[in-house]
Design a protein around this ligand. Structure first.
Ligand code: UGA
Length: 461
């Protein structure tokens, strides 16, 4: 039987889940504290850029199965199931900040009108669902398993492919403790059963750690290939052939073996730090993940340094076109994007930057003057210095050729498809210099060289 679901939080995971769960035939109320967000969503406009999302949003609003509200209390009181999709940002010590999860648990306790299943979709450290269970039990005086059940249901969707991932997941992981909760979750995901999606039923702690283990492993895989690319480059080998051949081994798989300027985004940086912090808490050695965090920060330094070197050691007074500001293609998200570090470094070294991204320009404008370079905190002097330089020497351009106009060099930081097919003749006409640093290996080196460019990629000569 389709369920009455309330989703707390309308960020990436919350919005995509609300839309997806409604499309499965459930009745869904999405809750956000901000009236402007709720109004925008109820008006059929998506608050995030994600392919296909707005079409689904409009379709499900029209069906009457989806709506958004700021009234969390009423929405919880009416629900059979409450999903937590609130933020768990990192604290300074690397631990996840669980204040929003705890507030949500207290809000459920205050509105526990009948049996409800409480499902955590936010990425939370091991032990959090047990804590949620305790908070609700203590605050409401009700018994877990009888008056409510807690379920861990981590989300594995990727930004840019979120809709596709939600409807065609590799697996659904459900940590649970009692059969009634399991039956509810089977109802919620009945549409996925029909297409034979694998379901993993496990305990709460296992589900929580599956999520962290998956993200930490993928971050490790990327970091491994980045370092291997640095070595291949130094030794005169080709990382593409290396990665491809490695991927032919079924035990390795070819995915997530693309070298670049370092991983970014809202998940890998945050989750690797959280796993390391959890290891410290349990007194368990997590040195592999700690090395990954450090190596990834360093990869950004290496990328910026390589551009300086290619430009003869100084960029002062020179113009650099930066194509791609998002942390990866198909998103407007710039959180921990390597482009932030690279642009800040160029500005600090005296360059003029002409930047373009198809979607992420607005978000970048705020982030470039707000985040610290290379994983450091931005102290106020540095912040002022970067803001001043950005005001006079950072230009946001209307397209890639506008960005290339008068540039001494081009660096490609994000692998947007539009950049893969860059018209080399037009690029050569627009630029005053002939240097391309392709930090994502998206261009054909031969074609670039034929057109008279000095081309440098990552991990290949
Ligand atoms: C990641 C996971 O892939 C999702 O499964 C997970 O649900 C999500 O985090 C999350 O925890 O919410 P996402 O951050 O959207 O998804 O992006 P990815 O596609 O995984 O890329 C992350 C970073 O790694 C990007 O900066 C990307 O450019 C980089 N990357 C990825 C590489 O440098 N090389 C690769 O081969 C793959």
């Amino acid at each position: 039987m389709a369920k009455n679901i309330t989703v707390l939080g309308t960020g990436y995971v919350g919005l995509v889940s609300s839309v997806g769960l409604a499309d499965f035939g459930n009745t869904v109320t999405g809750v956000d504290l901000r009236t402007d967000i709720v109004d925008t969503l109820n008006g059929g406009r998506s608050t995030i850029y994600e392919i296909g999302l707005e079409e689904y949003l409009q379709r499900d609003l029209e069906s009457g199965r989806l709506s958004f509200t700021t009234d969390g209390d009423a929405a919880i009181a009416d629900a059979d199931i409450v999903f937590f999709a609130v933020g768990t940002p990192p604290k300074a010590d690397g631990h996840a900040d669980l204040s929003q999860i705890e507030a949500a648990a207290r809000q459920v306790a205050a509105n526990l009108t009948g049996y409800k299943v409480v499902v955590t979709k936010s990425t939370v450290p091991v032990g959090t669902n047990r804590r949620v269970q305790n908070i609700i039990a203590e605050a409401s005086g009700k018994t877990p398993g009888t008056h409510f059940s807690v379920v861990s249901n981590p989300e594995f969707l990727r930004e840019g492919k979120a809709v596709q991932d939600f409807f065609h997941p590799d697996r659904i992981v459900i940590g649970y403790e009692d059969d009634r909760a399991r039956e509810y979750m089977e109802d919620v995901y009945r549409a996925l059963y029909l297409i034979q999606t694998p379901f993993v039923w496990c305990n709460l702690e296992t589900a929580e750690l599956i999520k962290y283990a998956s993200n930490a492993f993928l971050a490790t895989k990327i970091t491994f290939i980045n370092q291997m690319a640095n070595l291949a480059e130094a030794a005169g080998a080709d990382i593409h052939q290396i990665a491809k051949s490695m991927g032919m081994d079924g035990r390795i798989s070819p995915k997530f073996l693309h070298p670049g300027p370092g991983y970014g985004g809202s998940c890998f940086p945050k989750d690797t730090k959280a796993v390391a912090a959890t290891g410290d808490e349990y007194g368990v050695d997590m040195s592999v993940i700690k090395a990954v965090i450090e190596a990834n920060d360093h990869q950004k330094v290496i990328t910026a340094g390589k551009l300086m070197r290619l430009m003869g050691g100084s960029v002062s007074g020179r113009t650099v076109a930066v194509l791609g500001l998002a942390f990866k293609a198909e998103t407007d998200d710039v959180r921990e994007s390597p482009a932030i570090d690279i642009v800040q470094e160029l500005l600090r070294e005296g360059a003029t930057v002409r930047a373009f991204d198809p979607e992420a320009m607005d978000n970048f404008k705020t982030a470039v003057v707000g985040e610290g370079p290379f994983g450091n905190n931005l102290n106020s002097d540095l912040q002022e210095q970067i803001a001043e330089a950005a005001a006079s020497r950072l230009h946001y351009c209307s397209d890639e050729f506008d960005a290339l106009t008068g540039a001494d060099a081009l660096i490609i930081v994000t692998e947007w498809n539009a950049f893969r097919n860059l018209d080399m003749d037009r690029a050569a006409d627009a630029m005053s210099g002939r240097l391309i640093f392709d930090a994502r290996n998206v261009l054909d080196p031969e074609r670039a060289r034929e057109k008279g460019f000095t081309y440098a990629g990552v991990g290949r000569v």
